[in-house]
Design a protein around this ligand. Structure first.
Ligand SMILES: Cc1cc2nc3c(=O)[nH]c(=O)nc-3n(C[C@H](O)[C@H](O)[C@H](O)COP(=O)(O)O)c2cc1C
Length: 169
């Protein structure tokens, strides 16, 4: 798929078919995640891939806006190990770049995704940490719910010329 087709038709998909995600597609999506840029190329990301239905249901029950995690075949929780960062304060940006790559790579494979935010909401982070056994000291950015879409990928154009400031604000 053309990269611009993927970019402009990536939508948050919140309803999924029962079809599973192939190992090959999952592998490609995770490879895309780790192809992201990161500060000092430190690549501090870690990914918890949740396929177990009971665990997905437990996550869905504890995140106020991720109910679809119960129904989609895969949930990827994007984490960072701050000990792998070369400078403080960039892990959110590193992990966001990786997470966006997941969304776009999935679109390239005709898989639907939705980014469900967690950091900095402790009431979303801590229950998921507990359910998945993510150690204290590992940061959790958010999660991606992924599967075959049961809704169309609509194209949107959010271009606003007034958002662009040439040479100075
Ligand atoms: C940081 C962040 C947190 C988000 N959290 C949620 C969430 O918890 N649940 C959800 O359904 N969508 C969530 N979204 C998806 C946004 O609602 C969605 O991207 C936005 O409405 C634009 O729609 P689009 O993704 O279809 O272009 C989140 C997106 C971002 C970037």
């Amino acid at each position: 798929m053309d990269i611009f087709e993927a970019l402009f038709t990536r939508r948050s998909i919140r309803s999924f078919t029962a079809e599973g995600v192939s190992e090959e597609d999952l592998d490609m999506v995770l490879r895309a995640a780790m192809a992201a840029p990161s500060a000092h190329n430190s690549q501090p990301w870690h990914f918890v891939v949740v396929r177990d239905e009971e665990v997905r249901k437990a996550v869905a029950a504890r995140h106020p806006y991720a109910k679809m995690a119960a129904d989609a075949p895969v949930v990827i929780v994007v984490c960072a190990n701050p000990a792998e960062c070369k400078e403080e304060g960039f892990w959110q940006q590193d992990c966001s770049a990786a997470l966006e790559n997941i969304l776009l790579a999935a679109r390239g494979k005709n898989l639907g995704t939705v980014w469900c935010g967690m950091h900095p909401m402790e009431d979303r982070v801590e229950p998921v940490r507990e359910i998945l056994g993510i150690p204290a000291g590992i940061n959790i950015l958010g999660l991606v719910v992924m599967g075959h879409p049961a809704q169309p990928f609509r194209k949107v154009d959010r271009y606003k010329a007034e958002k662009i400031h040439f040479d100075r604000w």
